[in-house]
Design a protein around this ligand. Structure first.
Ligand code: ATP
Ligand code: MG
Length: 328
């Protein structure tokens, strides 16, 4: 059975981008594979987080995993910080990562741009992400398109480790959806939708109320002209909205385009809002149930135990291969 691992940062409320680009695949993969899905709190602190907000968002993300359809019996669901091996292997791999490699990472460039104080953690974050993946000897890593570059670095680090110290780590493959791998911002289709954006109108969260969703979609940017056609080059804003429509309705992009032939943006946006509201309704109901049940703490405790058991074994073999003296 192949191993699958992925994570989502509790750096805000999960967006439709997180759902379409990553979480949908978590749910799809859980039955056929041995799965580990975590809330990556150690990653979230690479930018400043308010402690109370971090705690709340961490629990919210874990609950959304369940609400989206992950089953604790199928997949280990846990907090990254509950398994100390992540931080430890992260350090070991940081020492093997080249400055030049980190300097090339576009996410670092995007997230540090215009900031006067940038934490070193934001810079070395890709080494920790590599540790997350390699600890579980993961074969597949379901992520959105923006994580491709980090995955490539992870593969390089695994190869480098094996070359220097002997075959120890498994080289993982990215698992990226064909449609929806990069959902764009509602206010600017040249930027990806991000939960940590300061502009709440740029993203739709999985917990937005129907009215918030309607308002955000009605204000979403559109392109010149009025036709509903999928053309990423010339109509990036509308193409993004069509992708969201297709993903939330189960229709293909072609079917969406055919359905709105001859209609304008107004009618399309109105329907899109209802499609999104309907797609999120069952998830929101389940989310409310799981939060009020208090169940999430048990799920996370159990998940951390299962994850630790696997992670400790890999960490041990890594340290042994590198020449650390055993504690005895
Ligand atoms: P942040 O702004 O804090 O980085 P984020 O919205 O980018 O938050 P992450 O926790 O960094 O979310 O990423 C979680 C997963 O969601 C990753 O697999 C990532 O590739 C995917 N993802 C993030 N944004 C999008 C998007 N706009 N479209 C598709 N997938 C996305
Ligand atoms: Mg991100």
């Amino acid at each position: 059975q192949q191993r699958v691992l992925s994570g989502i940062q509790p750096s805000g409320k999960l967006t439709l981008g997180n759902y379409i680009g990553a979480m949908k695949n978590f749910v799809a993969l859980q039955h056929e594979h041995e799965c580990f899905f975590m809330v990556v709190d150690l990653h979230a602190i690479t930018v400043p987080q308010d402690p109370a907000a971090l705690r709340e968002q961490s629990e919210a993300v874990a609950a959304l995993f369940i609400a989206a359809g992950l089953e604790p019996a199928q997949a280990a669901i846990f907090m990254q910080s509950h398994v100390p091996a992540h931080a430890e292997l992260g350090w070991l791999l940081t020492t093997m990562t080249y400055m030049g490699e980190l300097e090339r990472m576009t996410q670092f460039k995007d997230k540090s741009e215009g900031k006067e104080a940038v934490g070193a953690g934001l810079f070395v974050y890709p080494s920790l992400m590599a540790a997350d993946i390699l600890l579980y000897k993961s074969d597949l890593v379901p992520v959105g398109d923006d994580q491709k570059q980090h995955l490539e670095l992870t593969r390089d680090l695994a190869g480098r480790f094996n070359h220097r110290y002997g075959d120890t780590l498994v080289i993982p493959e990215p698992f990226i959806p064909k449609v929806g791998a990069r959902i764009m911002s509602l206010d600017d289709a040249s930027k990806k939708m991000s939960k940590s954006s300061p502009n709440a109108g740029s993203f739709i969260t999985l917990l937005d109320t129907p009215d918030e969703i309607r308002k955000k979609i009605s204000r979403a940017k559109t392109d010149l002209g009025r036709e509903i056609v999928f053309d990423v080059q010339n109509k990036p804003e509308v193409s993004n909205l069509m992708t969201i429509y297709a993903q939330c309705s189960g229709l293909s992009i072609e079917q969406v385009q055919a359905a709105y032939d001859g209609q304008g943006y107004g009618a399309f946006k109105k329907d899109l809002a209802e499609v999104v509201v309907q797609a999120l309704e069952p998830l929101q109901q389940k989310y409310a149930d799981i939060r009020s049940s208090g169940e999430i703490h048990n799920i996370l405790r159990d998940g951390a135990e299962r994850a630790s058991a696997v992670a400790e074994v890999t960490l041990h073999s890594v340290k042994d291969a590198m020449g650390f003296l055993p504690r005895g």
